[in-house]
Each structure stands twice: as structure tokens, then as C-alpha cells.
Design a protein around this ligand. Structure first.
Ligand SMILES: Nc1ncnc2c1ncn2[C@@H]1O[C@H](COP(=O)(O)OP(=O)(O)O)[C@@H](O)[C@H]1O
Ligand SMILES: [Mg+2]
Length: 314
């Protein structure tokens, strides 16, 4: 039986309460049953992310694979559909799926060495370029049935309006207006393209079959430039130390859009929306690792600053 990582037990029970605790107690049996059914044996320490455990396994042919079981949450249903559509191009292969269990048997990335992610690479430009190239490969015609980002535009606009009205904040009205315009103008009409949906360096793994492979997609349908916004947001803290923040943001945009072959303006605008949403989110809920106090104030002020910088068309 697997030993579920303690940190994963804690965060799942904290977030999901009683149903989370029940699922945690069933998880070792679920994993056993799936390994049995898919002819796998354990092959290493159990890993985890925010919502799922990843069990390194060997298949009966000796190949290395990874069994992922996610918490049964509506946000996790479309992951196997995205992997199926990519058929291994830019992402790990999907070998088996059990949608009722929120489980997948995936190709193991970096099978010959301990898992390492793009987040561990030191050179910021390399991170942006690798993620950009990967984002471009993943932008393929969308299969039917996946959630469309454009269907969320109405809710995003309402949320912005509510947050701006209810929360004490220091964002200039023009900066909030720029985010609302992005939702209306880019959010409402979007192409039928499959995008990763959570493209950050921790979800890009070093691999053998290709140098880097994506994991953990949301499987959204919409503007690939949206993923550029996600990626740039994930790089925000890395920009903290920059002497000239404006120049650092411009450079990050340049490197990413060149590799991703995307329109710079669209990526800038999505990134600006993400920054405004993060600034409000932080005020309402705090961030993982900074729930309150001076540190949270500081991150929120930085998000305000980025949102303002990104609102200016360079
Ligand atoms: N196919 C895979 N091969 C090797 N390692 C993996 C694989 N999938 C996930 N991992 C490891 O597990 C971690 C969490 O996986 P992820 O799918 O991102 O989970 P979550 O949805 O909980 O964020 C990854 O950062 C990586 O280290
Ligand atoms: Mg992840």
C-alpha cells in the first residue's frame, strides 16, 4: 500500500473537510486497485501536487510510468481529454484513464533521473523560451466538450466589478478599466484552440522523448495568449529583484512571445488581467505562504505595481 505524503493529507483535509478526509482514507485502496488493473508495480516514492498524488510505477513491459489520482473535483475532469488530444506531442502520453476515479496512467517524464521541473532552471530567459515553445506546440485544434474560456468572461467581469467596489484597494481606476476591457475584448471571442490552462514552470518536466513535457493541464479552449498571461504571472516573484522592473517585464514579454509566436499585445493584456485578479485575490484571500501581515501587504502592493506597469502599452 502506498504511504500518502503527510503534507498532501493535511492540505486536502484543510481544504475539503470531512469528504477530503474520507477520500484520503480510501486513496491507498484506490491506488492498489488501479495498479492491479493496469498491471503496474510501485517504483519509487509517492509525489504530490496541490490536488493529486503521483505514484511512480513500472508497467508489465518494464516501462516507467506515473499513476496520478486527483481529488474528485470538477476542475480536474478535463485533464485526460487534453492529454488524449496531444497524443504525446509536448505533453506526457496518456496510457490509461479511469474518469470515475479521477485517475490516469501517464508516461513518466525524466524516467532515467529524479523528476526535475522547469522551475529549477536558473536562467529566467530559458524558462520563458522553453515555456513559450511548449505553449505553441500545445495550441492545437480543440476536441469537443472541453470548457471554453469565453464562457467565463461574464463571471470575470462581474468579479472585477465586485472586487473593485467592495475591497479597499489602491489600484487606479484606469488600471481596473484596462482589465475589464481585456475581459470584454479578448475574453468574449476566442478561437477553438486547446490550451494548457495552468502553464507554469512547475508543470513542465524534464524528459527524454522530448527535452521538456507538460503535465497537469486544465484543458481549456481559448486564446493561447491566455497561457502567456499565466506563465508571466508565475514569473512575477522572480522579477522582484530587478533593478528596472519595467525593463525586466518588457524583456520577459519579448522572450516569451518570440518563442510562443504570439501577439505581444494580447499576452500583455492577459498578463495585466491576471495581475489585477491576483491583486484582488490577495486582498480577499491572501496567498499560499502569505496569509496576512506585512508580507501579504507587500506582495499585494507588488501585484498592483505590475498591473499598473502592464496596463501601459509600451
Ligand atoms: N508524468 C509524470 N512523470 C513524472 N513526474 C510527474 C508526472 N506527473 C507529475 N509528476 C510530478 O508530480 C508533481 C505534481 O504533479 P501535478 O500533475 O502537477 O499535480 P497537481 O495537479 O496536484 O499539481 C509534478 O510537479 C512532478 O514533480
Ligand atoms: Mg501541478
Amino acid at each position: 500500500m502506498i504511504r500518502t505524503p503527510e503534507a498532501f493529507v493535511r492540505t486536502t483535509v484543510d481544504r475539503e473537510g470531512e469528504p477530503g478526509a474520507r477520500w484520503i482514507s480510501e486513496l491507498p485502496y484506490i491506488v492498489d486497485e488501479l495498479m492491479d488493473r493496469w498491471g503496474c508495480v510501485p517504483d519509487g516514492d509517492v509525489m504530490h501536487g496541490g490536488v493529486g498524488v503521483i505514484v511512480p510505477v513500472r508497467r508489465s513491459d518494464g516501462s516507467a510510468a506515473a499513476l496520478k489520482v486527483s481529488y474528485p473535483h470538477p476542475g480536474n475532469v478535463h485533464e485526460p481529454d487534453a492529454f488524449a488530444a496531444w497524443r504525446g506531442r509536448g505533453a506526457v502520453l496518456l496510457h490509461e484513464r479511469d474518469d470515475e476515479r479521477f485517475a490516469m496512467l501517464l508516461e513518466r517524464a525524466g524516467a532515467s533521473s529524479p523528476t526535475s521541473t522547469l522551475a529549477e532552471v536558473e536562467d529566467g530567459d530559458e524558462i520563458l523560451a522553453v515555456a513559450g515553445r511548449l505553449g505553441r506546440r500545445l495550441a492545437v485544434p480543440a476536441p469537443p466538450g472541453l470548457p471554453r474560456l469565453r464562457d467565463r468572461a461574464g463571471a470575470w467581469e462581474e468579479e472585477l466589478r465586485k472586487d473593485a467596489a467592495e475591497l479597499a484597494h489602491a489600484l487606479p481606476p484606469s488600471v481596473v478599466a484596462a482589465a475589464a476591457a481585456t475581459v470584454r475584448e479578448l475574453g468574449a471571442v476566442q478561437p477553438d484552440i486547446l490550451i494548457h490552462g495552468d502553464l507554469h514552470p512547475g508543470n513542465i518536466l524534464r524528459a527524454d522523448r522530448e527535452p521538456w513535457l507538460a503535465v497537469d493541464p486544465k484543458g481549456y479552449v481559448g486564446d493561447p495568449a491566455y497561457d502567456g498571461g499565466t506563465l508571466l504571472k508565475s514569473r512575477a516573484l522572480a522579477l522582484l529583484g530587478a533593478d528596472d522592473l519595467r525593463a525586466a517585464v518588457d524583456r520577459a514579454l519579448d522572450v516569451f512571445v518570440e518563442a510562443a509566436e504570439l501577439d505581444r499585445e494580447r499576452v500583455r493584456r492577459w498578463a495585466q488581467l491576471h495581475a489585477v485578479q491576483a491583486a484582488f485575490w490577495g486582498r480577499r484571500h491572501g496567498f499560499r505562504g502569505a496569509r496576512g501581515g506585512a508580507e501579504l501587504d507587500w506582495i499585494v502592493a507588488f501585484a498592483d505595481h505590475l498591473a499598473t506597469l502592464l496596463a501601459e502599452r509600451p
